[in-house]
Design a protein around this ligand. Structure first.
Ligand SMILES: Nc1ncnc2c1ncn2[C@@H]1O[C@H](COP(=O)(O)OP(=O)(O)OP(=O)(O)O)[C@@H](O)[C@H]1O
Ligand SMILES: [Mg+2]
Length: 340
């Protein structure tokens, strides 16, 4: 690898970029605002401030959907913007890039992550990819090359990736289309049904962060939310209870746990023994939901390890992989595009 390396984790909600020069991480909303169909009006967190608020001539959109690149052109433009930002406006050339790719997707979808960087006009040295669950595991401090089984569950925005890894490779991996956005939708729906109040997805996310509790421990907690009453058509404020939010999110959390159980059932017995000893590793931004670890433990009987800043565990892992020579074998160049 070259002296200067960038790590990339393109999430559906947040982009995380690592810059080896200075050892810094940028974590911003993976969103772009385009004015009059051509001009970049805003990007990242400031574009997110415009989400669901912009006039018709400004289109605010997320280029990723369900963990894969849905809008290549906007993703390339956005990547260029973030690349400039992380370099303080300078045009850095000759660096290496290492990109995290989801495991349970097609080769074409994997290759698209590589192509996004390839097609930008950045003069670079080399691009490699690393499987996201491997980077995630390295990011939580697991010795990924050891012959022990580990179960990693990354609950993100549009996706939940459940993987068993051992000896630096993926034994099993399942990407399910659920995560924080489904929780936000469920909160929107229940508030609409109960109070005839329509709230935006950003308000729903705020309610979730304030009140969501996987085991409904603190029943009396409340928070205010604001929206439009569908009967009167007028703006309205409402106090929302933690209990209502719990009711909204419960089924989705149980669906995630059911999928964890399916992976556990398919895990070879020797690796199961390792997982029992070490517990489940929970990562991704949505693992910050209060008491989600307790709910998983009560449903599976397994210990659950949570980490600090779980949204950044993949990018922390990439930073480790590009720095430590004994982990360099985890990076590879994806196959040429195949239309299968
Ligand atoms: N304190 C919190 N409580 C609950 N959810 C949270 C909290 N903080 C962040 N989140 C949720 O974490 C999610 C973002 O997590 P993350 O950055 O891991 O997703 P992503 O990598 O962009 O998405 P994906 O991996 O699905 O492509 C959002 O849905 C956000 O609402
Ligand atoms: Mg993610």
């Amino acid at each position: 690898m070259a002296q200067h390396v960038y790590g990339v984790d393109l999430g559906t909600s947040n982009i995380k970029l690592y810059n080896s020069s200075g050892d810094t991480v940028l974590n911003e909303k993976n969103i772009i605002a385009i004015k009059n169909r051509k001009e970049v009006f805003s990007f990242g967190n400031s574009a997110f401030d415009m989400y669901e608020k912009a006039p018709e001539n400004i289109e605010v959109s997320f280029p990723l959907k369900f963990g894969v690149i849905a809008d290549i052109q906007n993703m390339e433009t956005l990547f260029n913007c973030f690349y400039k930002k992380i370099n303080g406006g300078k045009n850095v050339t000759g660096a290496d890039f290492c990109i995290a790719v989801p495991t349970d997707v097609t080769e074409v979808e994997k290759r698209a992550f590589y192509d996004v960087i390839m097609d930008t006009r950045i003069k670079l040295h080399k691009i490699t990819v690393v499987e996201k669950p491997i980077a995630d595991a390295a990011g939580v401090g697991i010795d990924v090359n050891s012959p022990n089984g580990h179960l990693i569950v990354n609950v993100g925005y549009d996706t939940t990736e459940i993987s068993v890894i051992s000896l630096g490779g993926i034994v099993l991996s399942k990407l399910i289309k659920t995560g924080g956005s489904r929780l936000d939708d469920a909160i929107c729906n229940i508030i609409r049904k109960k109070y005839n109040l329509v709230i935006g997805s950003r308000s729903a996310e705020q309610v979730k962060i304030a009140l969501a509790d996987a085991i409904n421990e603190d029943k009396d907690k409340t928070a205010m939310t604001y929206g439009r009453n569908i009967v009167t058509g007028l703006p309205n404020a409402r106090e929302i209870s933690g209990e209502l939010v719990h009711e909204a999110i419960s089924e989705i959390l149980h669906q995630i746990i059911e999928n964890i159980k399916v992976i556990l059932e398919r895990t070879p017995p020797e690796l199961s023994a390792d997982i029992i000893a070490r517990g489940i590793y929970l990562t991704g931004g949505s693992s910050e939901i209060k008491n989600i670890d307790k709910l998983i433990t009560s449903e599976t009987g397994l210990k659950v390890n949570v980490v600090e800043k779980p949204s950044e565990s993949v990018i922390r892992g990439i930073a480790k992989i590009v720095k430590e020579p004994e982990l360099s074998g985890l990076m590879y160049i994806p196959r040429e595009k195949q239309y299968d």
